[in-house]
Design a protein around this ligand. Structure first.
Ligand SMILES: C[S@@+](CC[C@H](N)C(=O)[O-])C[C@H]1O[C@@H](n2cnc3c(N)ncnc32)[C@H](O)[C@@H]1O
Length: 340
């Protein structure tokens, strides 16, 4: 941690001091162990999330397949397109806004979205997997002050209303209930603060079927076995992509949710049959990483815009921006200031 143990903002959000190295303390009902740079929830995870934890720990350890310039550049642009000027909105929160990156993983998207602004953020990274150790190594030194916790995002040890910004990119659909995760994180947003998140969108019927089917085949494999068993699918996606041909779908195929029009053959397969990612500038391992990321986690819910809108409303948040794409739904929502 770059912040001193007695930093007042950390004490305030935890409701007490960070315990000494190797010591435990109860904070907001959770038993936390101070283990080097990280505060770890003793119970850590409910049993059926151990698979999610291990799948992501494996994934984040494969740094060479998600940290290339091509992948970082593509992600940076996509984040900017979806979230708009999130950092500009943070300026309203004064000098050093407190930001929670909920499900930060290794800090990949957080480092791109917050990039040069990190040095004025009080950054809290939380993840269920030990990928948070990598985030602490890479983002800790860049943030003005920071705190890293290994914990379940529906049981975080923070006071309600602790954060100016809660950011959760591609995480909540991996918990047992996306709705419960939205509610849990929304509680941590202070009045006037922002909740920015991305969850997967519901796809067309064959694609929905193959998502669940392939996931059921790989979910009980070891991460390495799953990685290897997805490679042939990745090669198929690559072969389709390299054909680089388009076809005309002559009319809407309503029974399969396929719209009429011209579409690249690989995209037709990808969106309407089975996820087999392809980008010409990505390596085979990078493409397999994206397929692995999709199929390996046991929980991987897909939502509709109406569901997401209803959950924000139920949590008292006003949606300022909702961008629904084929892949997912990005939301920027605000908790109204408390009435004077
Ligand atoms: C696709 S990754 C996204 C990581 C990061 N948000 C980013 O954009 O780079 C999903 C992350 O969610 C974490 N995760 C899944 N379930 C979680 C939970 N219940 N609590 C906290 N983190 C969770 C995983 O460990 C993983 O690091």
């Amino acid at each position: 941690m770059t912040a001193p143990v007695n930093s007042s903002w950390i004490e305030s959000i935890l409701g007490g001091a960070v315990p000494a190295e190797g010591e435990r303390a109860v904070r907001h009902g959770r038993i936390l162990l101070r283990d080097g740079m990280i505060l770890r929830d003793d119970a850590l995870v409910v049993r059926d999330q151990a698979q999610t934890r291990d799948a992501f720990a494996f994934k984040w350890d494969k740094r060479d397949t998600y940290a290339s310039d091509a992948m970082r550049g593509a992600m940076r642009q996509w984040l900017a397109d979806r979230y708009g000027d999130l950092i500009g909105a943070l300026k309203a929160h004064g000098g050093n806004p407190i930001v929670l990156d909920a499900g930060c993983g290794a800090g990949f998207s957080g480092s791109l979205l917050f990039s040069e602004h990190l040095n004025r953020l009080r950054y809290v990274g939380a993840d269920i997997s030990c990928a948070v150790d990598i985030a602490a190594e890479t983002l800790g030194p860049l943030a003005a002050e920071s705190l890293f916790v290994q914990a379940d995002l529906v049981r975080l040890p923070f006071a309600p209303g602790s954060f100016d910004l809660v950011y959760s990119e591609g995480v909540m659909h991996h918990t047992p209930s996306t709705r419960d995760a939205v509610a849990a994180l929304a509680r941590l947003v202070r009045p006037g603060g922002t909740f920015a998140f991305y969850v997967y969108a519901k796809k067309s019927p064959l694609r929905e079927f193959s998502d669940d089917y392939v996931r059921s085949l790989v979910a009980d494999l070891t991460p390495q076995q799953a990685w290897d068993s997805l490679m042939p699918l990745t090669r198929l996606g690559q072969a389709l992509g390299e054909l680089n041909i388009e076809i005309d779908v002559p009319e809407d195929v309503a029974v399969l949710g396929i719209p009429k029009g011209r579409i690249n053959l690989q995209r037709l397969f990808y969106w309407h049959v089975c996820k087999a990612y392809y980008r010409p500038d990505f390596t085979l391992d990078e493409m397999n990483h994206i397929n692995f990321d999709w199929f390996m986690p046991k929980h991987c819910h897909r939502q509709t815009p109406d569901e997401v809108k209803a959950w924000c409303e139920a949590s008292g948040l006003a949606i300022e921006r909702l961008k629904a794409e084929e892949a997912g739904i990005t939301v920027v929502a605000r908790r109204p200031e408390a009435a004077a």
